[in-house]
Design a protein around this ligand. Structure first.
Ligand SMILES: Cc1cc2nc3c(=O)[nH]c(=O)nc-3n(C[C@H](O)[C@H](O)[C@H](O)COP(=O)(O)OP(=O)(O)OC[C@H]3O[C@@H](n4cnc5c(N)ncnc54)[C@H](O)[C@@H]3O)c2cc1C
Length: 389
């Protein structure tokens, strides 16, 4: 086992390019996307340097980069603009990987090159009004009728509904019950019977929406996963459990940098606030927490083959999500009352950080997963004997 952490020259160069773009352009524009405006300007610039194709195989125009590279790029974007990082997550996250891994070749050829150029945005529809975490309770169903599929159901809290061309929808196939009955279909915008039925604005800035499928007829080849959908879904989802926290990490770093800057500029009682030990210790603790989280996250990303280890990525996600909330909140504290206003970016970082533990597997359910794994893996002598530790 190697424990050396050193980025390759290619990784360093990609990070430097995205950092420059983010700091010069995305960060100054970030406030304007807080009202639900989709960051098209930023996505076009990122498509131009290949970022939207990071998860897509080279034969479809992508860069086919490992999960760690994708995480590094999302981290950099989140240091400037949470809304942009979330928009990019749609193209480099679970839906792109599901299509790349499981869709028939002609669907990949039609769709994936357009994802790389930013012409096609992807959405993923899993959550239902009565069942988010409780995946086995999905009611959305696709009936197979000869060479057609008929899709019915409601999905909610879906990202990018107003922009996406293609929606990866998890549903029952032929009304089969339980987790085993879950598969996955692809539906395109404009399909008759498919409509947006509600919109929600979030504290992070982006919009979410509810969509309804009312007897939507699709060709049978749009059935991307027919058998064993739940297991395949969970495997692909381990990628999201590394990419979601990479955004949390970037938000914490962005807030930390702002806190350091403010500490240098602000005086109270005739001294720089950096001369107060209480503030210096806050900065030290924030830095400690960021670096500890970075180590665990990069290590989880490095387990990907092609999907990351489920327990390592769950532990990384819990750790980084919780750290990000703490650090962004402390960054506001360092700013005093101004930190609570839109005049400084720290309040945006904090609002974005609140998302982390809700999406991609909630903290509560991931702790359950890890806890059960630990108990199952304890040897008879009571010693912890896990590869992941
Ligand atoms: C910004 C944002 C973007 C999103 N984008 C998408 C998207 O694009 N597509 C999509 O499908 N969904 C999306 N979601 C929805 C998200 O995936 C769900 O909110 C998430 O899966 C949780 O489901 P829920 O909201 O129904 O909560 P619930 O599952 O109802 O959970 C409520 C609470 O109960 C806890 N809980 C539930 N089950 C257990 C258990 N077994 N043990 C312990 N605690 C438990 C949860 O941890 C949580 O605290 C998005 C959400 C947000 C905030």
């Amino acid at each position: 086992m190697s424990i050396e952490f050193r980025l390759s020259e290619e990784q360093k160069s990609m990070v430097a390019t995205v950092r420059a773009l983010t700091q010069e352009k995305f960060k100054p524009r970030a406030l304007k996307y807080m009202d639900g405006t989709f960051p098209w300007d930023n996505l076009r610039e990122l498509a131009g340097i290949g970022v939207l194709g990071m998860a897509i195989p080279e034969e479809y125009g992508g860069l086919d980069l490992p999960v760690l590279d994708t995480a590094l790029v999302l981290e950099e974007i989140a240091k400037g603009c949470y809304v942009t990082a979330m928009a990019v997550l749609g193209e480099v996250g679970v839906q792109a990987r599901i299509i790349s891994t499981y869709a028939p070749d002609h669907i990949r050829r039609a769709l994936l090159p357009k994802v790389c150029t930013g012409e096609a945005i992807l959405a993923i529809c899993m959550t239902e009004p009565h069942a988010g975490t409780d995946v086995a309770n999905y009611r959305t169903n696709a009936d197979i009728k000869g060479d057609r599929l008929v899709l019915n159901g409601v999905k909610t809290l879906i990202s990018r509904v107003d922009e996406a061309q293609a929606f990866v929808v998890f549903s029952r196939i032929d009304r089969r019950p339980g987790r085993e009955g879950i598969g996955c279909v692809l539906i395109e915008r404009g399909t008759p019977g498919f409509e947006c039925t509600a919109r929600y604005h979030t504290m992070g800035g982006e919009n979410l929406a509810e969509v309804r499928f009312d007897n939507c007829e699709l060709p049978l080849e749009n059935l991307i996963i027919r058998e064993d959908g739940f297991r395949k879904l969970l495997k692909a989802f381990n990628t999201q459990r590394c990419l979601n926290p990479s955004i949390s990490l970037g938000l914490a770093e962005g807030a930390f940098e702002e806190a350091v800057k403010y500490t240098r500029d602000r005086s109270a009682f005739g001294r720089s606030i950096g001369e107060f030990q209480a503030i210096r210790h806050k900065l030290a603790e924030m830095y400690r927490d960021i670096e500890a989280s970075r180590s665990i996250l990069y290590r989880a990303c490095a387990t990907a083959n092609p999907f990351p280890d489920p327990y390592m990525s769950a532990i990384a996600k819990i750790t980084v999500n919780e750290m990000s909330l703490r650090v962004t909140s402390e960054a506001i504290q360092v700013h005093g009352g101004y930190g609570f206003t839109d005049e400084f970016p720290v309040s945006r970082f904090y609002r974005g950080a609140r998302y982390g533990s809700l999406g991609g597997g909630t903290t509560e359910t991931l702790k359950e997963l890890v806890g059960k794994h630990i108990l199952g893996e304890f040897g008879p002598d009571g010693f912890l004997d896990l590869d992941i530790f």
